[in-house]
Design a protein around this ligand. Structure first.
Ligand code: PMP
Length: 405
């Protein structure tokens, strides 16, 4: 990827400047990405001159907006290699998508003593919803361990599975370690005992070219705000036969076929799972975000960010006081600790240098416990990141080391 291409991408993102117009070295893309002008403009148009509600109005503007909303669904389906747009449910984000599967599919399919398999590196969003449904149904959570270098251990996964395992729910890419799951192998293992596989795609959707058929999973979730789109929208993709068999999880307008006081009947998926007025403007802006990412070439994004991650790891390794977490080969996410410096102090000093990193447990407390640390510092790259961001981070770390002696 040429320098010029990277620079032109930075120019697309107004959020990458400080208030006084200096470069802002944003290294917190795994938490939420900055938005390109194209997305901001699409959102602005949808909220302004194009705005009307969907699915109800008989007037032209509403019909137009409905076309835009449904076109966004088709765009998502195409982007993730879904067989049909009917498999794409708009939700508020990955968290809501996992809660939907846990509450709807889980309540219908989990019985006392059934097993739910998670891994040690899961985000709280892929732990707590399962605990809630386990409590309701009497199902039990099993935890699959990691390899030494912080990847989900497929051997351990195989050993964790039993004929009672009904669902396996795993991060496709870890938000802390950047490790990438061999999704196809995990799907084959899950299916070998008749279990379903849900992939938490929060960190993979913005970095990998996706094809649901190739991945072999049964459910896939991601959040729009990590894919250069707006907050308030995400996607649950589910295999059609599974979605069709699932009961609704929220009731209200738009998800029904017919309502009587005695009983109601429900619309087929995806409408069955979209009660109420949907995230219209967010879906349209997500469409613009996907167009933007597709233009960059989703298959190039991983390599671009992984190269930056490798460079950063090599630089950090030259500092004696730094511990690196996670595998050598990873997505553009680097977690580290500096001896004698709390990650929050590092984050605060870096902020003075216009460098934004994440410091904390990254909503993965069980993983922190496994790593034996209360928190890590995390630098995560996006498609707009380049070597200048790494240089600024290293300058900030050098200053921190001087301050802390
Ligand atoms: N899973 C992973 C791996 C994540 O990184 C995140 C966001 N940090 C989530 C789930 C939750 O996403 P959201 O808060 O957008 O629902």
């Amino acid at each position: 990827m040429s320098e010029a291409a990277v620079l032109s991408r930075k120019a697309d993102f107004p959020g990458l400047l400080t208030a006084d117009g200096k470069p802002w070295h944003y290294l917190d893309t795994a938490a939420s990405s900055q938005k390109p002008r194209q997305v901001i403009d699409a959102m602005s148009r949808a909220l302004g001159e194009d705005y009307a509600t969907v699915h109800r109005g008989v007037y032209g503007r509403s019909a137009q907006m409905t076309l835009g909303y449904e076109a966004a669904r088709r765009r998502v389906a195409d982007f993730i290699g879904a067989d049909s747009e009917d498999e794409v449910v708009f939700v508020r984000g990955a968290t809501e998508g996992i809660n939907l599967v846990a509450q709807s599919w889980g309540a219908a399919n989990l019985r006392e003593g059934d097993r739910i398999v998670l891994s040690l590196l899961e985000h709280h969003s892929n732990i707590v919803p399962w605990q809630m449904i386990a409590e309701r149904t009497g199902a039990v959570i099993d935890v699959c361990s990691l390899t030494e270098d912080g990847r989900i251990d497929l051997g351990a996964l195989e050993a964790t599975l039993t004929p009672r395992t009904k669902i396996v729910s795993l991060a496709h890419v870890s938000n802390v370690l950047g490790s990438v799951l061999d999704a196809r192998a995990a799907a084959d293992l899950a299916h070998s005992v008749g279990a379903k596989l849900l992939l938490d795609g929060c960190q993979s959707a913005p970095r990998l070219a996706l094809d649901m058929t190739v991945l072999g999973c049964d459910f896939y979730v991601f959040s729009g705000h990590k894919l250069y789109g707006p907050t308030g929208i995400g996607v649950l993709w589910g295999r059609k036969d599974l979605l069709e068999a699932m009961p609704p999880w929220q009731g209200g307008g738009a998800m029904i076929e017919k309502v009587e006081f005695a009983r109601s009947t429900y619309a087929p998926p995806p409408q069955r799972f979209e009660a109420g007025t949907p995230m219209i403007t967010e879906a349209i802006a997500l469409h613009a975000a996907i167009d933007y990412v597709a233009e960059q070439g989703p298959d190039r994004l991983f390599a671009h960010e992984a190269t930056l991650a490798t460079t950063l790891r090599e630089e950090l390794r030259t500092l004696n006081s730094v511990t690196l977490f996670g595998p050598e080969e990873s997505a553009g996410i680097v977690s580290f600790a500096i001896e004698g410096v709390h990650p929050h102090d590092l984050g605060t000093i870096l902020d003075e240098e216009d460098v934004a990193i994440r410091a904390g447990h990254h909503c993965a407390q069980p993983l922190m416990e496994h790593l034996g640390v209360p928190a890590t510092a995390r630098a995560s790259f996006g498609l707009y990141s380049d070597e200048s961001d790494i240089a600024a981070l290293l300058r900030g770390i050098e200053r921190t080391l001087k301050i802390f002696g």
